[in-house]
Design a protein around this ligand. Structure first.
Ligand SMILES: O=c1ccn([C@@H]2O[C@H](COP(=O)(O)OP(=O)(O)O[C@H]3O[C@H](CO)[C@@H](O)[C@H](O)[C@H]3O)[C@@H](O)[C@H]2O)c(=O)[nH]1
Length: 487
């Protein structure tokens, strides 16, 4: 059925950081592929520019999808010109101004909703006030968290029971109460805003998000039913939320061009091309890929340890880093190291944007060292690639537990401490530990079993989004319910 009267218009309002923008764009594109759905993405001009070509390609294919821009009140919040994303934030202080700025988007969003009167608003969890704004116009508001259901359940377990207050030291293990599996963590692995209970714009936003969670129409998650069923059930039954699983959303990128440009401002990076050509000459499962998301910059000292550890392991590798390498200070690798790594033929260091989905999909890639950002984790699961986990900050230690203890498609590298801020650059893991972990992971006995499980999970992920698959059906069920609410 696709008559004018049952056409749905869904407005998507992503948080402005790559880790949220990328999956929300994919989410909007996923929904716009269903019959009778018009999708509008609301974001600022600088963020819109990152995706404009992909959206234009979708429009040419006949999809009803577009971007509507709004002005980012950065100046009013004390941010420098051009800072419209958490990715441009370089200190905790700037971060707090950034959270101030996003609070100011409340009325601009209301104006857009008043103009469009859409059938539904899908807004990021970072905008808790969007539930109230939508309700002014009688519009159901769905929340997009951007992370795993497991992480959300773990978050609520810690928030409700505060098990970290019962232990005697930062490194003593405690069990996360009430979860379907026995999950153990230490206080140092919890996000800093949980450990420290500071009162600021970020922690207030988190408290308000928890309230908005309960008051909203439900939650759309970038996950699939077969992946973390016990946690889906826990989230729905114990926490009383409605959930629609619609992932992995990265699979909406079908063409090479979409995959290459994803998150990279309509460009295919030269270094990315080089990686893909290099992989062509490698045997299946013989290369380890390392990438730590869209934000984190290691210190120069830590990067050197990583490169030395990798070289000593004798394994072939691609290392993607966000450090620009054009400033003084400690974020630079010693002169000439990239060239020397390349000349030895064992590895590549990528400073530009790596075409991560294409690299993970390549048959030569047999392992992924990840910070456990949820997008990267799910992209590896989707590609059937096992993970060596190195969580760094935010909810990444929760995602690590899902990968290593529940799904058992990865092993931990031994990270112990959750950083306070994504740009905090401490020395973390030494070359010997990296060498040992990489060897065990790539060629040890355990690797065979982990690889088998990872490949099976990847097949399940791909089936979920096909017509008739669990995520496809969940999206259809949500759309049917929204249609039933149309006047
Ligand atoms: O060179 C690169 C670097 C990153 N990516 C992509 O960028 C995204 C990165 O997302 P993610 O892996 O989730 O990492 P972050 O950017 O660190 O994400 C933030 O947002 C996530 C979703 O809420 C959280 O899980 C993380 O903890 C938080 O740091 C992924 O789609 C990657 O494929 C590339 O394509 N090329």
């Amino acid at each position: 059925m696709d008559s004018r009267s049952d056409r749905l218009h869904i407005v998507f309002f992503p948080h402005m950081s790559h880790g949220h923008l990328i999956p929300t764009m994919d989410l909007a594109r996923t929904f716009s592929k269903h019959v009778g759905v018009k999708a509008t993405i609301v974001t600022t001009a600088l963020n819109a520019a990152l995706f404009s070509e992909t959206i234009e390609r979708d429009q040419k294919l006949g999809l009803d999808i577009s971007i509507r821009t709004l002005r980012f009140p950065g100046r009013e919040a004390g941010l420098p010109e051009g800072c419209e994303s958490l990715n441009s934030v370089t200190s905790m202080e700037m971060g707090l101004n950034y959270y101030k700025a996003i609070r100011m988007l409340r009325e601009p969003l209301a104006e857009i909703l008043q103009e469009f009167r859409p059938s539904c608003l899908v807004a990021d969890t970072m905008f808790p006030w969007a539930t109230e704004v939508a309700s002014r116009f009688g519009i159901p508001r769905l929340i997009f968290h951007g992370t795993s259901l497991f992480a959300m359940c773990a978050f609520f377990s810690v928030r409700l029971h505060e098990p970290h207050r019962e232990v005697g030291s930062d490194h003593e293990l405690f069990i996360l109460p009430g979860l379907p599996d026995e999950i153990k963590m230490t206080r140092m692995q919890l996000p800093s805003y949980v450990r420290e209970r500071i009162d600021n714009d970020l922690t207030r936003m988190i408290d308000e998000s928890v309230e908005a969670d309960g008051a909203s129409f439900g939650v759309v998650v970038n996950s699939f039913r077969e992946l973390e069923p016990a946690y889906s059930e826990h989230y729905m039954k114990v926490l009383g939320r409605r959930v629609w699983h619609v992932g992995p959303v990265s699979l909406c990128n079908r063409s090479i061009q979409d995959k290459e440009q994803r998150g990279n401002g309509n460009k295919s990076s030269v270094e990315g091309q080089e990686c893909l050509e290099w992989l062509e000459s490698k045997k299946p499962d013989s290369v380890i890929f390392l990438s730590f998301g869209s934000m984190f910059e290691f210190s120069g000292q830590q990067l050197l340890e990583i490169v030395m550890g990798l070289e000593a392991s004798g394994q072939q590798f691609i290392l993607a880093i966000r450090n620009k390498g054009n400033t003084d200070g400690d974020d630079v690798l010693p002169k000439g190291i990239e060239k020397s790594v390349k000349e030895k033929g064992k590895g590549l260091i990528v400073r530009g944007w790596a075409p991560q989905v294409l690299i993970l999909e390549h048959e030569a890639v047999g392992g992924f060292v990840t910070h456990c950002g949820w997008n990267s984790t799910l992209e590896a699961i989707t590609a059937g690639v096992p993970m060596l986990t190195w969580p760094l900050y935010a909810e990444q230690f929760y995602n690590e537990k899902l990968v290593t203890d529940v799904l058992r498609v990865g092993v931990g590298l031994g990270a112990q401490e959750c950083e306070r801020w994504s740009s905090e650059r401490k020395f973390l893991v030494g070359r010997k530990e990296i060498e040992g972990a990489v060897l065990r992971f790539m060629v040890g006995e355990e690797a065979v079993e982990i690889r088998r499980r990872a490949k099976a999970l990847g097949e399940a992920a791909r089936r979920a989004v096909e017509r008739g698959g669990s995520s496809y059906c969940d999206a259809e069920a949500l759309l049917a319910e929204l249609r039933s609410k149309l006047p």
